[in-house]
Design a protein around this ligand. Structure first.
Ligand code: HDD
Length: 671
């Protein structure tokens, strides 16, 4: 151990004192250095997306995208481009819970040979506002209210909903945040979107409008609201833990990159403005072309050095990727560098290791706080003769970035195009695309959020606003929060739906799902062990939960180690529950409030539940009575409940159980 000056430290537990019981001396440079450094350990948290965590990985393109873009990292399938991704919530502080209802940030830094490219997106493909000038207002409205700093990490309060009702361009994104997308099951199971319309430019100078999509290989899956709220207390780190543990286990999160492209000449062919960030390009109209895959395979070494200090910016582009005139994007292009100046303490944040390009970088920018590199020589200006004009700008052929030469004509006005005026058609499109259970969740979310709003007037305004989306939705919200059901017929006439928007149509996979196996002494070893093995073979992760840590012994004297207890675990932290047989084990589980609550909550949260032999009685004790008494020698499978009695071979049971887990949730179950 040394001081920061490299001096070896002989003692680190006692400050230097005048006598053993005397005052500390000014002279104690080691104490002063240690304490001063500690006093300065914090930097300002991000104004938005403060709560987040990241991982390293790489990106590979499937085939050359030369026809569409000259971006080097999208040319060669043999090239692995290193990436760092930071996932985040938007509203909460750095220490807030992961599972709150919110959009999630999905920011990717590609360390390409042409410089860093940042795709700074969210898990929702649209944004609340159309023009960046409104961003401070939006953020002020959803942050804790200034007079009492409540509530934390939540939009369920008056100012947010007042903003919504008075800025109705928010309608579409509000639909998304009130849907299951607002409470993802895992960062590994959510989509990412670049949101804005960008441009691809190829080496012939031809440009196309493009939108970026990340599609998780495991599909898009969510929690249910009650579960998300409980997890916020039981494990506020739920999402970062899930990401960390998956990578540690070798279950590397994977996302395919997709692009939607529109030819420049088709810019005006749509019934929405493609520059409007509150609009999607329905996938059925503009297909998503899958072009590559990102794999996250390495956890960070130090969260502060990496996640906290990483500086993303939508303006970090490479040749072949350019901007559009989306007024939200244009404003972002200013804001991100500006925020890093205060957050990271000066203009040299690009020298922090996580932000450093992997390609060489040199220019005449020098000095400033925290300059790391030592610029040598006499010359720090362009043009010069003393250094033979070095470094000099590169031509386009040499890889110099040349902005796309879009022809612009117009008058300077503070205005918004009329083509940005339709706020409700796509909100209705989203609603039309939901299944019945997804619609119920949206209604429930509105009732929860607006139920916490104190102003009746704001509540009524919001209901009246969503009457423009769907009269049935507005009426259901109104009934739940005790305001008037609107009578005016103003519902959007949009009849379209987009199957790609419903999570019901997503990829379903059993891989990496967590199953709680509840048992006590006297459990059936065959039931527990052979089912667990089969689950593991399907990529599922079983964990044994019991009343105490240590070893549990089966009815035939075999041992199993307990992973967690009813005190340290909870059904909300698992995707499914399994109760193996064994008379003594089942009796003890039946007599315990904790184990009964565990099973009952899993049932109420629509999760797969498996039971073998006496384990079925534990389900009955939890009031789960669907499983008939006479399944002797058979496997029962209905509504995510899978049970078996007196069957020697658990293959069929395990297959059904795995299928039930794969389905994610069983909405047909009446709760
Ligand atoms: Fe932003 C952070 C995503 C609109 C201003 N934003 C930030 C992060 C993400 C997004 C993922 C966190 C990056 C990280 O992990 O470090 N932001 C979006 C998306 C938007 C969006 C998808 C709309 C399409 N943002 C937006 C606007 C503005 C900002 C309109 C301002 C004009 N955003 C910021 C910021 C942040 C930020 C204040 C806070 C910390 C940071 O930049 O580095 O500058």
């Amino acid at each position: 151990m040394t001081t920061n000056q490299g001096l070896k430290i002989s003692e680190d537990e006692h400050s230097l004192k005048a006598g053993e019981r005397g005052p500390t001396l000014m002279e104690d440079f080691h104490f002063r250095e240690k304490m001063t450094h500690f006093d300065h350990e914090r930097i300002p948290e991000r104004i938005v997306h403060a709560r987040g965590n990241g991982a390293h990985g790489y990106f590979e393109v499937y085939e050359s995208m030369k026809e569409y873009t000259k971006a080097k990292f999208l040319q060669d399938p043999d090239v692995k481009t290193p990436v760092f991704v930071r996932f985040s919530t938007v509203a909460g502080s750095k220490g807030s819970a992961d599972t709150v209802r919110d959009a999630r940030g999905f920011a990717t830094k590609f360390y390409t040979e042409e410089g860093n490219y940042d795709l700074v997106g969210n898990n929702i493909p649209v944004f609340f506002i159309q023009d960046a000038i409104k961003f401070p207002d939006l953020v002020h409205s959803f942050k804790p209210e200034p007079h009492n700093e409540m509530p934390q990490a939540s939009t369920a309060h008056d100012t947010f909903w007042d903003f919504v009702a008075n800025n109705q361009e928010t309608a579409h994104m509000v639909m998304w945040t009130m849907s299951d997308r607002g409470i993802p099951r895992s960062y590994r199971m959510m989509e990412g979107f670049g949101v804005h319309t960008f441009r691809f430019v190829n080496d012939q100078g031809k440009a196309r409008f493009v939108k970026f999509h990340w599609k998780p290989v495991l599909g898009v899956h969510s929690l249910v609201l009650d579960e998300a709220l409980t997890i916020a207390g039981k494990d506020p780190d739920y999402h970062r833990r899930d990401l960390w543990e998956s990578i540690e286990m070798g279950n590397y999160p994977e996302y395919e990159l997709g692009v939607q492209m529109i030819d420049e000449e088709d810019e005006f062919k749509f019934d929405f403005d493609i520059l409007d960030a509150t609009k999607i390009w329905p996938e059925e109209d503009v297909p998503v072309k899958i072009i590559g895959k990102m794999t996250l395979n390495r956890n960070q070494d130090n969260v502060f050095a990496e996640s906290e200090q990483v500086a993303f910016h939508p303006g970090h582009v490479v040749p072949g990727i350019d901007f559009s005139n989306d007024p939200l994007l244009q404003g972002r292009l200013f804001s991100y560098t500006d925020t890093q100046l205060i957050r990271l303490g000066g203009p040299n944040f690009h020298e922090i290791p996580i932000n450093r390009p992997v390609c060489p970088f040199h220019n005449h920018q020098n000095d400033g706080y925290h300059r790391m590199t030592i610029n040598t020589g006499q010359v720090s200006y362009h043009k010069n003769s003393l250094l033979n004009n070095d470094p000099r700008p590169a031509s386009e052929e040499e890889g110099g970035y040349v902005h796309y030469q879009e022809k612009i004509e117009g008058r300077k006005v503070r205005a918004r195009s009329e083509s940005f005026e339709d706020h409700f058609s796509q909100a209705k499109l989203f609603w039309n695309s939901m299944t019945e259970s997804e619609k119920e969740h949206i209604i429930g979310a509105f009732r929860f959020e607006l139920g916490k709003v104190k102003s009746k007037d704001v509540q009524q305004q919001v209901v009246d606003m969503f009457n423009h989306v769907d009269a049935g939705l507005a009426a259901e919200i109104a009934k739940g929060i005790g305001v008037d059901i609107p009578v005016e017929n103003v519902e959007s006439s949009c009849m379209k739906s987009s199957p790609a928007l419903s999570q019901e149509n997503t990829v379903k996979s059993p891989k990496t799902r967590k199953v709680a196996v509840l048992l006590e002494d006297g459990f059936s070893y065959v039931d527990a062990k052979s089912a667990m093995e089969k689950l593991e073979n399907a990529g599922i992760v079983p964990e044994v939960i019991s009343s105490a840590l240590g070893i549990k012994t089966s009815e035939d004297g075999k041992e199993i180690e307990v992973d967690k207890t009813f005190l340290t675990a909870d059904s909300v932290l698992y995707d499914a529950v399994y109760v193996p047989g064994g008379k003594q084990s089942a009796e003890k589980l039946k007599a315990s409030f904790d184990s009964i609550a565990f099973v009952a909550h899993a049932y109420n949260h629509f999760k797969a539940i498996g039971a073998g032999n006496e384990g079925i009685q534990v389900l009955r004790e939890a009031n789960i009575n669907e499983i008939p008494m006479d399944i002797e020698g058979k496997v029962y499978f209905e509504k995510g409940l899978v049970a078996t009695q007196n069957v020697n071979d658990l293959t069929a049971f395990s297959q059904e159980f795995i299928q039930a887990i794969t389905a994610h949730r069983h909405w047909s179950r009446a709760v």
